[in-house]
Design a protein around this ligand. Structure first.
Ligand code: NAP
Length: 349
């Protein structure tokens, strides 16, 4: 089975729109680089470095640059974050129905009007001090402030067979891999918005999909629950996947009914895991940021962390984990950085 990496799917979507990946609308990168690169060998220095180009990081970039801060957005993959994997978004104001990938392409193109987004550049080390010092996969840079928008990654089921079958029938992204499961039997595991959206998407492309959920009710939005029952998508309630079966490719799942304790094997070709997100907090830990027990960075209402001039927004800072909230957090973090660095007259007491 061929599994297309996400960036290829994205490139395809961009070319469908007649756009090129990495298109610079106003060349913000060269302007920033010229201003910030020192004449000697010292690394480029910015007012603020934003790490992560999901909705929070992109909004932060727009707001920071519009406030006059020199700035760069570093993204280890492609811009968009987790939203890229959502087949359909129905609750982002202004876009009644939009695929996650399309929404994020629009948002990234908007951000590029203002700020350099460096794709494929991962921050491997970060240190605080008089200046923040960052080591990336492309070099070094420094800044007066840092906005962390590193998002979250998929939680795994942690059952036998899962890890070895990733890309061979186990997937965490219905939009990326669903295409390969047309007219095939699949399960989607989970009961949140992601699981139900993924199940609806797979159903719409003619997969034979069954939802497997460990409780007797969903936590997903009512609207999605109604769509699931309207489409007649079967649900196995109070059921967990105990093992993913198969050698070269997924052949089935071993299920346990938590009410009766009965165990059975269900033959399937695909297992889509949608059991939530885990914050990507490694850089936050390096900076000594306070976190809650779930690993989400604690921020105040202005998205300041416990470390001066470090801000966190988006999924990394927890909360309702919606695109609108991430966008708000990114914008608020950038404006807080502006206040802290520039001490504007309207904030002085
Ligand atoms: P989520 O809301 O945290 O739901 C995770 C689901 O997986 C829950 O039903 C949970 O069961 C189940 N689960 C967790 N660990 C499990 C395990 N080990 N085995 C089996 N089941 C397990 O995660 P999400 O759906 O990915 O959503 C993450 C956030 O993004 C949420 O805030 C969500 O609202 C948001 N989101 C929004 C949209 C949208 O609005 N369009 C779309 C996608 C995501 P329990 O219920 O029993 O805990």
């Amino acid at each position: 089975m061929i599994v297309l990496p996400l960036f290829q799917l994205r490139a395809r979507t961009l070319s469908d729109q007649g756009l090129k990946p990495g298109l610079q609308i106003h060349g913000a990168m060269s302007v920033d680089a010229m201003h910030d690169h020192q004449p000697d060998d010292s690394p480029p220095d910015y007012d603020v470095i934003i790490i992560g180009a999901g909705p929070a990081g992109l909004a932060a970039g727009i707001y920071a640059r519009r406030a006059g801060l020199s700035c760069v957005v570093l993204e280890k993959g492609v811009p968009g974050g987790q939203v890229m994997t959502s087949p359909l978004i129905e609750n982002y104001p202004g876009f009644p129905e939009v695929p996650g990938m399309k929404l994020m392409d629009v948002m990234a193109e908007h951000a590029r009007r203002y700020v350099d987004i460096r794709e494929g550049e991962e921050v491997t080390r970060i240190r605080g001090g008089e200046r923040f010092e960052l080591t990336t996969t492309n070099g070094r840079m420094t800044s007066k402030a840092v906005i962390l928008a590193t998002g979250s990654h998929h939680r795994k089921l942690d059952v036998p067979g899962e890890e070895g079958m990733i890309g061979r029938g186990v997937s965490y992204c219905a939009t990326c891999d669903g295409f390969f499961y047309k007219r095939k039997e699949v399960v989607v595991v989970g009961g949140g918005n992601t699981a139900l959206t993924d199940a609806l998407y797979l159903h719409s492309i003619d997969s034979k999909v069954t939802l497997v959920h460990r409780r007797d009710s969903f936590r997903a939005d009512k609207h999605l629950q109604e769509s699931i029952s309207r489409k007649g998508i079967p649900v196995l309630w109070n059921t967990v996947v105990e093992e993913v079966l198969g050698e070269d490719a997924v052949k089935g799942v071993r299920l346990r009914d938590l009410k009766t304790d009965a165990v059975r094997v269900m033959p399937v070709n695909g297992v889509f895991v949608a059991v939530g997100e885990v914050p990507s907090n490694q850089l936050a830990a390096e900076l000594g940021l306070s976190m809650d027990p779930g690993g989400f960075v604690q921020v105040d209402r202005s998205y300041r962390t416990n470390v001066p001039c470090v801000y966190a927004a988006g999924d990394l800072s927890g909360g309702i984990r919606q695109i609108v909230a991430a966008v708000h957090g990114g914008a608020a973090a950038a404006l807080s950085a502006f206040e802290d660095l520039m001490n504007p007259y309207f904030k002085r007491s």
